[in-house]
Design a protein around this ligand. Sequence first.
Ligand code: NAP
Ligand code: ZN
Length: 337
Amino acid sequence: MKIRAYAVKQPGARLEPTIIERADSLSPFEVDVKVEYCGICHSDVHLIDNDWGISQYPLVPGHEIIGIVQRLGEQATHLKIGQRVGIGWQSNSCFHCEWCASGWENLCPHEEATCVGRPGGFAEHCIVDSRFAFPVPDGIPPEQAAPLLCAGITVFSPLVEWRMTAANRVGVIGIGGLGHLALQFARAMGCEVTAFSHSPEKETEALQMGAHQFVCLQDDEYEKKYRRSLDFLISTVYRPLDWKRFLQMLRPRGTLCFVGAPGETFNFSPAHLLEGHKVICASTIGGRRRIQQMLQFARLHQIQAKVELVPLSRINQAIDVVRQGAARYRMVLKMVF
Ligand code: NAP
Ligand code: ZN
């Protein structure tokens, strides 16, 4: 079969229309999804630019995919033709290892990414293992569901794993695609929520999205005011910041969790952790069980991704906006070829 798609041919290049050739037949667990919407995650830009050294060209990015099931392999019996599903960063795992067996498929040594070494969601169709295609609950508009599949699960999972509740104070650093959903999830979990941003003009929206406080990182006084005030800080930024200042804002036994990946080495001493038994950790996406739970939570608590819909004719302009860190808050492609 021939699939229309958008691909980059070399690092940092523009996306160009292309045709992907693929066998007509599906393997037993595969699903063929006709893509309706695909979010543009900052990870797509990292892949286009080969920031992580894992990109394979030609590269068809896209891993916040919403679409309709068109065809099913003979063993993909849990989905139905015509059903709306979402596909995120991960498209396969071994299903047998200790990590898969305990709901941590995202840690499987054989995990496969949706748009690394295979065509992702900037395409007419996406074909993946059906066990990584998740039914979208009724009540979530499809274009708003798209960002949940990567940005949503990436911030929901650590908040759940570190057991954030109404007794906890959560800070979110960087209010972009991931950050604006983190504010909403943490608020819906009952936490006291503080937004940390370089962009003072985001204050009103951050407060509307669930923050109790908004801290502008250009204001030098914030560190004194918020010293020892937070239990959990989740960082979504991809540039180095003065992490020592953020550690000082943690309460004893507080945790600084990285979901964004600034490519830098840390420059602080263990002494910054000793005082107050502080913890630094990281988290990537989430397992299948957690994704299903996140989608139900988003429906129940009306988590609303703030989406700017983009026609395919503006795909390269949209990538540039995301590359500049200027999306408000998630650009989502409407996949009409
Ligand atoms: P995004 O929408 O572009 O948002 C990033 C935010 O970072 C911006 O909104 C901005 O927030 C802040 N920012 C921009 N430029 C900055 C600069 N020069 N210095 C400091 N902060 C800056 O990106 P995203 O899609 O949320 O992704 C964020 C990061 O998470 C990316 O590195 C992505 O690869 C990573 N990610 C990780 C996972 C995972 O599994 N761990 C999953 C998805 C994405 P303010 O204006 O509020 O400061
Ligand atoms: Zn992503």
